[in-house]
Design a protein around this ligand. Sequence first.
Ligand SMILES: [Fe+2]
Length: 88
Amino acid sequence: MQGLIAEGDDIVKEQKNSTALDAGIIAACQKVEHYEIASYGTLCAWAEVMGHDEALKLLRQTEEEEVSADETLTEVAENVANQRAQSE
Ligand SMILES: [Fe+2]
């Protein structure tokens, strides 16, 4: 996760005066979301195997929130940021 955050910082520094800044930030954020989705997916599998039904319910809910955040970022990228980035 620290590496993903460092990568995001680099994108901001490199693109700070570019129309591609928002697209770069979204890309960096989506990498974090995918990391979280993978992590919660694994935790869900482990909770299921161990029979921790209450934990599984909460972990699935959080995983779904991460998927939703990723989908929202995709919408913003496809509808706004990527087109703005291409305009430069
Ligand atoms: Fe997230």
